[in-house]
Write a protein that binds this ligand. Structure first.
Ligand code: AVI
Length: 336
């Protein structure tokens, strides 16, 4: 019989525990980033405001769109190399940053199940809703699995990873989410990852590679408008968080490839001159007609350069896998 306890409204049992780092108190400084972004030129909003529960659900839909190749390409690479990864690392505690629905992780869990060792998984996501739903699904699917779910931002989680049940650990960061960071932020983030790992522990990272601009632009301008809805939902999230009055119908989605910076940029373009108030921040921002707010960058990587950046941060690439078109890469690194 499993013992059931309720912590922060979430049920816990003997195979599942939770670390809640995303309390209102922990996130209370966030408004500063929003004020800074809206005060600079060009104006920006932090891309993590995409991911409330609705935004996370929209992102799941994006992953299934025919135009959005990264998810299925990474998935196909993982399908062919998951057991090799498990063989290379041996039994590991799996920790996943930005776990979402953990759909690709199932391939790794299947591969690690074959090792006949304890199965330990620590999903980390800022969205408590999707974290809880997918953890409960996984517990049903994998009878020997133990989960320690962490609700919080990547930075919060990396600074306070739960004590491992199993050593070594494999830190997983899929989906090219690293591409959503500016170059300098990316380097700092890799340094944080290296710091969170002991020498000899592993890091598995998926990155989207440079390719024809048409392929990229189609992926971020899907025909059903799901990416547009995802982009606009950020304003809904900001409104809710900071008592704001962004009018969603006064902005349109725009995504294009910046070939100089090798990045997709997502923007929300203001349809008219307008002033928006964020009541709880006591902050107002004025936008001109046609002025845009940049909501996301999605950098596209050059593999040899990226591997060198990892190495400079003490993360040595052990193996690299790509798809036949060289659109996406998966790198297994070991911390030195
Ligand atoms: C999460 N991240 C890697 C996605 C990307 O492709 O940069 C977010 C996304 N934005 C629009 N579509 C998907």
């Amino acid at each position: 019989m499993k013992s059931m306890v309720s912590i922060s409204g979430i049920q816990e049992n003997s195979r599942c525990r939770w670390l809640m780092l995303n309390t209102a108190e922990e996130l209370s400084n966030d408004g500063q980033e929003v004020i800074e972004g809206l005060s600079q030129s060009p104006k920006t909003l932090p891309c993590r405001y995409f991911y409330d529960d609705f935004g996370s659900a929209l992102f799941e839909q994006i992953c299934d769109l025919p135009e959005y190749y990264p998810t299925r390409t990474e998935q196909s690479i993982l399908e062919s190399c998951a057991s090799e990864i498990a063989q290379l690392t041996g039994a590991c505690e799996l920790i996943e940053l930005g776990s979402g629905s953990s759909r690709k992780t199932r391939l790794l869990l299947d591969a690690y199940s074959q090792l006949n060792s304890p199965l330990r998984y620590c999903p980390i996501d800022v969205s408590t809703g999707i974290l809880k739903t997918s953890a409960l699904d996984l517990l049903q699917e994998y009878q020997t699995l133990h989960i320690c779910g962490v609700a919080g931002t990547y930075e919060q989680a990396l600074a306070q990873l739960p004590t491992p049940d199993l050593n070594p650990r494999l830190l997983i960061f899929l989906g090219s989410t690293l591409g959503n960071l500016e170059e300098q932020e990316c380097t700092q983030f890799l340094a944080q990852i290296r710091q969170a790992l002991q020498p000899g522990e592993y890091f598995l990272v998926g990155v989207d590679l440079q390719k024809a601009p048409e392929v990229l632009e189609t992926a971020y301008n899907d025909s059903k408008g799901v990416t547009a809805a995802f982009n606009l939902n950020m304003l809904r999230h900001v409104n809710r968080t900071f008592q704001g009055n962004f009018a969603l119908d006064q902005f349109v989605h725009r995504a294009f490839y910046n070939a100089i910076a090798h990045q997709i940029e997502m923007h929300l373009v203001s349809l008219q001159a307008q002033t928006v108030t964020l009541e709880s921040l006591k902050f107002q921002v004025t936008l001109q007609a046609g002025e845009s707010l940049r909501t996301e960058i999605s950098r596209k990587f050059h593999l040899p350069t990226f591997s060198a950046v990892l190495a400079a941060q003490g993360l040595r690439s052990l193996r690299i896998w790509t798809d036949p078109q060289d659109w996406f890469a998966l790198l297994l690194c070991q911390s030195v």
